[in-house]
Ligand binder design. Structure first.
Ligand SMILES: [Zn+2]
Length: 234
């Protein structure tokens, strides 16, 4: 940072740990993914650099994208990426090509990859897999029956509650269902795989509508067979 004083980023240990675990120790640029740990002449080093999305100070790269962000929020891990030195230099020197929205997407990709790789159980039996996903399906159904657009008296109040429950429960549950079923697809019948794929399209479109406000997303319906996926006839 030429000119001004360089404000050292003093992140807490838990915040640093969060970034290291989120990144899996690899550069968070999805087109790079360099290993940030190296062994040079018997010495273990890490090359990870903490890179601001919105800079710590006014006037830095992407500063005009969120000028109102407080100093304290600028220093939160949500505003920081762990990058290799090359990518860190690149996103700051060519900041017009690396807007904040793109950098937030990089973080989300890391978080998803980590959950898929390390936060997803793999089961040996259909019964065990069903036991894991059943509470998620039931929780979503309970919210839908109580607040969903097809319940009897759907008005503005009800619509607000529906939106809140969608963001807090249904979408996170769907993301977990998607990961678990994908990782355990060896347990699905051919028909269930088709059901799962249709449901995954439904879940994706649902998320785009509710989280990104994209009302042009398709409206594939929830396939009824999804409710009993992995259930065997007695
Ligand atoms: Zn990199």
């Amino acid at each position: 940072m030429a000119g001004g004083t360089t404000k050292r980023l003093d992140l807490s240990t838990p915040a640093k740990n969060l970034l290291w675990s989120e990144s899996g120790g690899h550069c968070q640029n999805p087109q790079c993914r360099a290993d940030l740990h190296v062994l040079i002449e018997q010495q273990r080093l890490h090359l990870g650099e903490l890179a601001h999305i919105i800079p710590a100070q006014t006037g830095g790269p992407r500063a005009d994208e969120d000028p109102e962000l407080t100093d304290s929020d600028r220093a939160q891990p949500e505003n920081i990426l762990l990058l290799c030195p090359t990518c860190h230099t690149m996103i700051d020197k060519a900041s017009h090509a690396y807007p904040a929205t793109l950098l937030h997407e990089w973080k989300q990709r890391s978080q998803k990859a980590r959950a898929q790789a390390f936060g997803t159980p793999i089961f040996d039996t259909r019964v065990d897999a069903r036991a894991h996903i059943e509470p998620l399906l039931e929780a979503n159904k309970a919210v839908f029956d109580r607040y969903g657009p097809r319940s009897g008296d759907f008005d503005d109040d009800r619509a607000d509650q529906w939106q809140r429950h969608v963001a807090a429960a249904i979408i996170p549950n769907n993301q977990q269902l998607q990961r678990v079923l994908h990782a355990n697809r060896h347990l699905l019948t051919t028909q269930e795989k088709t059901t799962f794929h249709t449901w995954a399209i439904h879940a994706q479109e649902f998320e785009e509508r509710h989280l990104q406000g994209d009302w042009t997303a398709g409206s594939t319906r929830f396939p009824p067979a999804m409710a009993t996926i992995l259930v065997d006839e007695q």
